[in-house]
Design a protein around this ligand. Structure first.
Ligand code: GLV
Ligand code: GLV
Length: 320
């Protein structure tokens, strides 16, 4: 009998060819609707492998009932949605999809920097809404990106890819990370700063921090008060690294100038959320890695990880 694999969201069939050969595969048929908890519990109890989304919460309760589960392959580089410690105690391998999404996510981070600084969304809406009557010297004038200072918080692979892009914009590059990155300091001319020094000096503060006990709420009121009044805050990491009420207050009081956000404390964000009411905020629906090419590669990598484990081989990208 073939092992049983459940996929928690609809994926393109062509990414599943290999997996279909070795396993009985069932897929939640909806693209934009998460699996309800009771279905997830029932499937987890039966499954040898699960291919999961960052919106699925894999806590201890769920993992403990998954008695034949060998592998959870998360379609994301982040894995804060999975209780890694419990999984590892139970001998369940957790895999993520690093590397294949690095450049696409860095592109999106840079899109948000440019969109926010140069008021792209506001300007595009202005034209489409028929408000464009005449060219104006300061009409929709924003802030420059080139030659400014970028402060990258979370200098992993994506952080370095953002720094490479920033270099092309002649930016001064500061970074903060748990560990220093001597190679990046040389090759990208990136300067290590402690968190508050980085906040003080940066025109663009870019969070790529994963969600951990140390990063939860690190962008709090004090952090925003350390930033320049002209600063733009960009978040392409995890929403919960930010105290959103402190961010709202900082934007309303003009403690900082704007924000470009791909991630939120609660996703999807409530359409009536204060952050969405401010014109200096560009908000996106967690699309950091969402190019078709990259999402296909992520799905293929997640499937290969499951295939390898179910075949008794080493996975390519286990979470360590
Ligand atoms: C997206 O947020 C990811 O972790 O891949
Ligand atoms: C995080 O793991 C990254 O790739 O930046």
């Amino acid at each position: 009998q073939k092992p049983y694999v459940f996929i928690t969201r609809k994926l393109p069939d062509e990414t599943l060819v290999e997996l279909n050969q070795i396993a009985e595969v069932k897929m939640w048929p909806h693209e934009e609707e998460a699996v309800p908890r009771d279905v997830l519990l029932a499937e987890a109890r039966k499954a040898d492998g699960l291919l999961t989304m960052l919106s699925d919460n894999f806590d201890a309760e769920l993992l403990q009932q998954a008695s034949s589960l060998k592998v959870v392959a998360n379609l994301a580089v982040g894995y804060d949605n999975i209780d890694i410690k419990t999984a590892s105690n139970l001998g369940i391998t957790v895999c993520n999809t690093p590397d294949v999404l690095t450049d696409s996510t860095a592109d999106l981070a840079f899109s948000l920097i440019l969109a926010t600084a140069r008021r792209i969304v506001e300007s595009a809406n202005y034209v489409k809404e028929g408000k464009w009557n005449s060219w104006g010297p300061l009409l929709l004038a924003g802030a420059d990106v080139h030659h400014k200072t970028i402060g990258i918080v979370g200098m992993g692979r994506i952080g370095e890819a953002v720094a490479r892009r920033a270099k092309g914009f002649d930016m001064k590059i500061l970074y903060h990370n748990r560990n220093r990155k001597p190679e990046a300091e040389v090759s990208l001319n990136a300067e290590y700063k402690d968190f508050h020094e980085l906040l003080k000096q940066s025109d663009f503060v870019v969070s790529l921090a994963p969600l951990t006990a140390e990063t939860k709420g690190m962008f709090n009121r004090e952090a925003f008060q350390s930033m320049k009044e002209s600063a733009i805050f960009i978040n392409v990491g995890r929403g919960a690294a930010v105290d959103e009420s402190a961010l709202i207050e900082a934007l309303q009081n003009k403690t900082i100038a704007g924000a470009g956000l791909d991630v939120f404390e609660k996703e999807p964000i409530d359409p009536k959320h204060s952050l969405l009411m401010m014109k200096q905020v560009v908000a996106l629906p967690h699309i950091g890695s969402a190019s078709v090419e990259t999402r296909m590669k992520m799905a293929e990598l997640a499937c290969r990880n499951i295939v390898n484990i179910l075949n008794g081989k080493e996975p390519e990208t286990p979470v360590t």
